[in-house]
Design a binder for this molecule. Structure first.
Ligand code: ATP
Ligand code: MG
Length: 247
């Protein structure tokens, strides 16, 4: 059960998000490490002003454009994403016709099944990941496992809060990688073609909204991709965090 958070509490949104991660751990969706990741994310989000910056908005538009133009787009889902944004994942998959794959750093079949069931309960039609019959080259053990008809075959992959090693190994596979992460200094956004420095809770519905607007407009998709500068986006986010000017 989600703990009640009064709306007038100044940090109500952030507290609600935190409780969703707690509930995710209780429901077997989210690893305990996910609580630590949430805490790190909250600190960065606080310094970003808990809003989507202009630069993140451009990244979200570029992300939507890449997903729409892809032959085989895949949304990778981990325990934090499943707990925080199940409806939004299903909606984005629908908007860009992407496959969904449950893919975990701390992989167990139980947690893959729990995430797949949870996403299906939120309307997902098929969730890949249980049959992880391919590997990401350069990684060892469980961390390398992916579905051959999912992430392994993808040309564009969206990964929320990905671990740095895996993000690097995926981009080395010549995939266009979109990483959503609140820390612009983390390796994962640093290696992404499209680093989205924003909270997943805001980023996922924003990407879907851009996708619905850009659908059927390939020239505008190309323009959104051209207008996005990954280095500038990382720098802008770092500058916002370091300057500490919250409005
Ligand atoms: P590093 O990349 O700095 O070496 P790490 O990525 O292994 O470390 P974690 O604690 O696993 O360290 O990282 C979790 C990442 O997820 C953090 O960068 C944090 O900012 C980010 N994060 C957590 N919650 C969210 C969220 N809701 N939306 C976007 N990013 C988030
Ligand atoms: Mg990281």
């Amino acid at each position: 059960m989600t703990t009640e958070v009064p709306d007038e509490h100044p940090r109500s949104e952030s507290l609600r998000t935190r409780h969703r991660i707690e509930d995710g751990v209780d429901a077997g969706l989210t690893h305990r490490q996910g609580l630590i990741a949430e805490g790190r994310g909250e600190a960065f989000d606080y310094l970003l002003g808990e809003r989507t910056t202009e630069s993140a908005e451009r990244a979200e538009r570029a992300a939507a454009a890449h997903l729409l133009l892809a032959d085989c787009p895949v949304l990778s889902v981990n325990g934090n994403a499943a707990a925080l944004v199940p409806d939004e994942i299903v909606d984005l998959a629908d908007a860009v016709e992407a496959a969904i794959e449950a893919n975990l750093f701390n992989r167990t079949d139980e947690r893959i099944d729990a995430i797949a069931d949870h996403l299906r309960a939120h309307g997902a039609e098929g969730v890949k990941g249980r049959r992880a019959d391919a590997r990401i080259p350069g990684l060892t053990s469980e961390r390398a496992k992916v579905a051959s008809d999912g992430i392994h075959a993808a040309d564009v992959v969206l990964v929320p809060l990905e671990d740095g090693d895996r993000a690097e190994a995926l981009s080395a596979m010549d995939k266009t990688e979109i990483v959503v992460d609140l820390n612009p200094l983390s390796r994962s956004p640093q290696v992404a073609a499209v680093p989205v420095i924003d909270n997943l809770v805001r980023a996922m519905p924003n990407i879907a909204a851009h996708a619905r607007e850009l659908a059927g407009r390939p020239d505008d998709c190309e323009r959104a991709i051209e207008n996005f500068d990954r280095e500038a986006a990382l720098e802008a986010a770092e500058e916002t965090i370091r300057s500490g000017e919250l409005d």
